[in-house]
Design a binder for this molecule. Sequence first.
Ligand SMILES: [Ca+2]
Ligand SMILES: [Ca+2]
Length: 180
Amino acid sequence: MRTLQTRFRLLLSFLIVLSFGLCLTAGAVSPVLLKEDFETVVDGLPSGWTLAAPGPMGLSTEYVFSGATSFYMEDLSNQSAVTIRSFHIPVEAGQEYMASIWAMVIKGNAFLYMEFWSSPDEPRIHFVTDRIEASKEWQQLVTKEVAPENAVSMTITLSLIRNNVGKTYYDNLEVVKVEE
Ligand SMILES: [Ca+2]
Ligand SMILES: [Ca+2]
């Protein structure tokens, strides 16, 4: 009886170790650091995001890539931008990260920025961007970059920039750590 219990415990331990190992393996493929499907808002913005430059924006059911809603932003002036910024995501210097988002650009251009910070209170130290033009199809914006030396965090910014005028629907944002 005791032998049976011991065997059962051994088997259980083996299964626990195995499943833990599988979790680690699965995690190493593409650990998702941020996933935003733009299905809910808090004070008009995705949860934890801040308004960097105001303009008409909010959830929409008009064009949707995934789920029930997307997030539209409208830029009415070539003298100002309309911009929202994610919360700070901790990063390791020297590690590569990738951000992707889908966009339906009705007019003008849509931008995705990946920004790196040495401190949330200091100006950003580096950024990369991707841009797409208006079309009648959903297109994917992608940025990929190695976190520079001194970088401690990263933010994702969705912006319709100053000299742009237009309207964009954003959906399905994903930020991952790139593993070799
Ligand atoms: Ca959605
Ligand atoms: Ca503008």
